[in-house]
Design a protein around this ligand. Sequence first.
Ligand code: ADP
Ligand code: 2DT
Length: 212
Amino acid sequence: MTCRRGALIVLEGVDKAGKTTQCKKLVQALQQSGKPAEMMRFPDRTTKIGQLISSYLEKKSNLEDHTVHLLFSANRWELVPEMKEKLEQGISLVVDRYAFSGVAFTSAKPGFSLDWCKAPDVGLPKPDLVMFLKLSPAEAEGRGEFGTERYETSVFQRTVQSRFDQLMKDPSVNWQVIDAARSIEEVHTEVKEHTVNAINMVEEQPLQELWK
Ligand code: ADP
Ligand code: 2DT
């Protein structure tokens, strides 16, 4: 029996777009329909690098902007062997944020170009599908107050959205823009449909490298 690889599925979007809610529902739905799937999230705050990042996000420590960008990237690279192993075993990975958040957030800071921000993530496993949950800043604000972590302000989030818009112009990535202003169930139906299509399409194809 040939082992078919799993698909690498990423959900991106601004804060409160519903990424975590949809990742969890998607993994449950895939598992219930007999498709092996697991959820991951970046930053993964459980590793040593992840703990440095977490402390920075919680404003318990300060890190120089280039340095923290490279730590976010290193946090993805340290998980690549585990990701590849799972994908090869036929497990699809549903990932809450990936390199696109890395680029969108750092390049929203003054003095950072998109190209500089992309460089450390060039060659990461390339997602087979990236779903961007689109929600206007006004609608995001309607979902409750921003938290107290770094980056959680409406001004910064608006700049992040414009960086995502730039990244989505790249046709080498399989972007799907999802209207995240609808109900959780409606969004889920669309997210699941795109995912099942991607899983069926890539099972015979090799995993590719991002931005290469
Ligand atoms: P993110 O991971 O993108 O920050 P979450 O999934 O944590 O977003 O959702 C942020 C908040 O919005 C949560 O309180 C969640 O219950 C709520 N929420 C998520 N999706 C929807 C939706 N489609 N409609 C209304 N509220 C939603
Ligand atoms: P959450 O854990 O609530 O998703 O917030 N970020 C994320 C970056 O600045 N660079 C990255 O590479 C990644 C993956 C987005 C995490 C915060 O960290 C930001 C929000």
